[in-house]
Design a protein around this ligand. Structure first.
Ligand code: ATP
Length: 805
């Protein structure tokens, strides 16, 4: 397969000859071609308007039907309203470029058409090209965000995900299939602004309706890559490249595993794949698609892509620190602590803590309800050591030793602690019963009487205030946060982590957990969230009594209750409820997978136990210190599912000048690892600035301003994590186009230009520092400035030690 650079170059060279004469015949041809596409777009919009009217009619008709009360009519109404609503929503969406592509194809081998109205054959008919090298175009297809058929069911627009659209992405000059010319159409609202063509069979003289096929522009890919960046990612639907298309359309079997260097389009491919899967099998993915992203910044950056592809609702994009409902990671752990919290060794510690925390419990007073761990930390009263009740007119007591024995028995096995409470209650009642001596009263042989006696004993005791208060204090419902707070006590943690963590690790971990405060309300880090999720599983959530639905007198009249126990919930309400309750997904996509720690893999794995997976990542960008351990955890999460591997090899983000510099760090970080090849070059070399008089702030501000003057889009200033707030102050007043980022926050993002501040400082931040620096150096689409301080040991040209040959 030729590189995209070769492709782009061949077309650009071809066009350079014609395009160099502004105002010449080329402009007239371009205008005429824009006019041709405008006509088609007008026709598409006329048809869309008809469809919108149809959908509106369907909605109102469905609403009328709703007044007829038979179950069949109600279900039909729900289904219709749902379908019409989705349709309207999608059509009303103001797509920036609804129609973006066109392919002109040779006649196919067979004359068969697919369900989208296009001919299905991939290979051209034997006689499609005449012996003199001329050919007539046999089929023209327009490609857009959703498919549109005209009133005769002929395709006006093919959905980009339909099989007929695949040649738009797959065709290359080496393997063109039937495609002669691929055209990208740029439009805004209803107006066509431009066209860019790639010729797949330049050797042919092709005609369309008898006239020679014109070729316009520099190629769409280069046009897209050269555009200024904003703070949100754009879709790449008009210029997906062949190797990317293979991943996007890979069958969703088991695990699709994608590796590729920085800028190879992994994130873009992951998002387009989600849209493709939904299109392929909407019913199957009604179970939801989860996209796991490393940071909330990357979530915000990518959030608009799926709606722009016409997909919303069934895809949840969540940062790995936001996967647990009600928990949101806002704090960062220092690398040494992150290493402990992320390690699979934590599993053993958490297992001990989940059970051990029960022994810390004390009376729930002074507050009602759930046990507040914080209070008991300050005044550790411990669990009550004696149970006293009065039953059948007698005082019965259980002492500490027996209580401990009972607790020990109940805790045997691996059942989640909170689910063991009914068993604990039963065993207490058994012990009280045998102490009461009442067993003998039924011994005369009347088993029914004995059972009755026992049952009334249990009822009496269970209703007693002292028994209820005891059980609440002795076996309270534990919360994950409560257990984490309990682990903040170093001595206690040392006990639970014995022979797993060394004393230094225990001290560090306990100190970090004290951030929650005694109330457990302090900020969480991204690694804490995985611990919370694990604890949630270890503790379990006891079943709550179901809210009984209100009695509806109609049920009695119609007998509907038996027929439709969920009649009060419409399909849509049910879908919304399920989405809220959803903890497992039909497909899980993990972006930047190289960064997931073993504990995070466990958390993500729980959300896709029955799912198919797409995992994208780049080991060279891993900020996790033990990639082998993480790989093992990944394999555990993915189980024995077979994997299909893909590799992306072309860097679409960085110009060659920046990619070359980054490759030097890659050679240090991962010797022998190949860099992806950059697809374009700008002629602008990275700039090296050196801090004067120790005034880092002025140097960074000056360089940021310089770049703001040189690019139209965004500028990112990447600093070591502990300088984030400082750097934001340095940049104050420079406007919204510039942002300060900690090295770990830069993951996945991109800017027109970046300032990387003190490579040595970033590299020294953690054991994975060189890989983090590699990430920082690969964020710019146009220009890069490296600011060096003394510790960077810059040479006379300002090049820091780490970036020299
Ligand atoms: N086929 C394409 N057409 C146009 N732009 C593309 C194409 N493929 C990738 N890009 C652009 O290249 C840039 C990098 O893409 P993306 O962020 O998906 O790469 P990545 O592999 O996830 O990078 P990283 O690993 O560094 O985070 C984005 O601006 C994306 O829009």
């Amino acid at each position: 397969m030729p590189s995209a650079r070769q492709k782009g170059a061949s077309v650009a060279a071809q066009d350079a000859a014609v395009d160099s004469k502004p105002g010449s015949a080329v402009d007239t041809v371009r205008d005429r071609e824009i006019g041709v596409e405008q006509e088609h777009l007008d026709q598409v919009y006329r048809r869309l308007e008809e469809k919108i009217h149809e959908a509106e009619f369907l909605m109102s008709d469905a609403a009328k039907r709703g007044q007829v009360g038979t179950p069949g009519a109600l279900a039909e109404r729900d289904a219709q309203v749902f379908r019409a609503g989705v349709h309207l929503n999608r059509l009303n969406n103001e797509f920036e470029d609804f129609l973006f592509g066109r392919i002109d194809l040779l006649r196919g081998k067979d004359g068969e058409k697919g369900p989208d109205g296009a001919f299905t054959s991939i290979e051209p008919a034997d006689d499609a090209v005449r012996v003199d090298g001329t050919a007539e175009i046999g089929e023209t297809l327009h490609i857009g965000r959703i498919g549109v058929l005209d009133s005769d069911y002929a395709p006006l627009v093919i959905d980009w995900r339909a099989p007929a659209a695949a040649p738009f992405y797959r065709s290359t000059p080496v393997d063109p299939g039937r495609v002669v010319r691929r055209r990208v159409i740029r439009s805004k609202g209803r107006k066509v602004l431009g066209v860019e063509d790639d010729l797949m069979r330049p050797e042919l003289t092709a005609t369309l309706d008898g006239a020679e096929l014109p070729v316009i522009g520099d190629g769409a890919l280069m046009a897209a890559l050269g555009q200024a960046r904003s703070h949100t990612m754009r879709d790449i639907v008009a210029s997906i490249q062949a190797e990317q298309d293979l991943v996007i359309r890979a069958p969703a079997a088991s695990v699709t595993y994608v590796e590729g260097g920085p800028g190879t389009g992994k994130t873009a491919v992951a998002l387009h794949r989600a849209a493709y899967l939904l299109y392929q099998d909407r019913r199957r993915y009604a179970g939801g698609i989860l996209i796991v992203s490393p940071t909330p910044l990357l979530v915000a950056y990518t959030e608009g892509v799926l709606p722009s592809l016409g997909e919303e609702g069934q895809v949840a994009i969540r940062a790995v620190g936001n996967l647990v409902d009600g928990a949101e990671a806002t704090a960062y752990d220092e690398p040494a602590v992150a290493r402990i919290k992320g390690s699979s060794r934590m599993l053993k510690v958490l297992r001990k803590a989940a059970r051990g925390a029960l022994e810390l419990s004390g009376p729930p007073a002074p507050r009602e309800g759930q046990l507040a761990f914080g209070e008991e930390l300050q005044a550790p009263s411990g669990p009550p050591d004696r149970l006293r009740v009065v039953a059948f007119g007698r005082r019965i007591e259980i002492e500490a030793a027996e209580l401990n024995r009972i607790r020990h028995n109940v805790l045997g096995g691996t059942t989640p602690v909170n689910l063991l409470r009914p068993r604990a209650r039963r065993m207490l009642l058994d012990a009280l019963w045998s102490k009461s001596g009442s067993g003998g009263r039924g011994a005369s042989g009347d088993r029914e009487l004995a059972a009755e006696l026992r049952s009334s004993f249990d009822d009496d005791v269970s209703a007693e205030d002292s028994f209820i208060a005891f059980l609440d204090a002795w076996w309270p419902e534990l919360t994950p946060r409560g257990v984490l707070v309990a682990m903040a006590d170093e001595r206690r943690l040392g006990r639970w982590a014995r022979s797993v963590l060394n004393p230094g690790e225990v001290r560090r971990l306990a100190r970090s957990l004290r951030r929650f405060g005694s109330e457990g309300r302090g900020p969480l880090s991204v690694h804490d969230v995985a611990l919370l999720d694990e604890l949630g599983t270890l503790l379990g959530t006891p079943a709550r009594p179901r809210k009984k639905r209100e009695y509806d007198p109609l049920d009695a009249l119609t007998g509907l209750e038996e027929l439709m126990p969920h009649r009060e919930e419409t399909q849509r309400e049910r879908a919304e409820r399920l989405a809220l309750e959803r903890t497992e997904y039909a497909h899980v996509i993990v972006d930047e997978a190289q960064d997931l720690t073993p504990m995070q893999w466990r958390m993500v794995g729980r959300r896709g136990r029955q799912a198919t997976w797409t995992v994208v990542g780049d080991p060279a960008q891993s900020s996790w210190s033990s990639p082998d351990e993480a790989a093992q955890a990944r394999d555990e999460a993915l189980g024995s599912r077979p994997r299909r591997r893909f590799e992306l090899t072309v860097n679409y983000r960085n110009p060659a000048e920046i990619a070359e510099l980054a490759a030097k760090v890659l050679a240090l970080a991962m010797p022998g690892m190949k860099s992806p090849s950059a697809v374009r070059s700008t002629g602008v070399q990275p700039r090296f600035a050196v801090v004067r008089d120790g005034d880092l702030a002025s140097a960074v501000r000056e360089e940021a301003q310089r770049l703001l003057d040189r690019v139209d889009g965004t500028v990112g200033v990447v600093v070591a994590m502990n300088r984030r707030e400082q750097a934001a102050r340095w940049l104050a007043g420079l406007g919204e186009r510039v942002v300060a980022l900690g090295s770990l926050e830069a993951k996945g993002l991109e800017y027109d230009a970046t300032v990387v501040v003190s490579p040595a400082e970033i590299a020294d931040e953690s054991p994975a520092g060189l890989r983090v620096l590699y990430v920082a150096l690969t964020r710019a689409t146009q220009q890069l400035t490296v600011v060096s301080d003394r510790r960077d040991e810059p040479d006379a040209q300002g090049v820091p030690d780490l970036l020299r040959d």
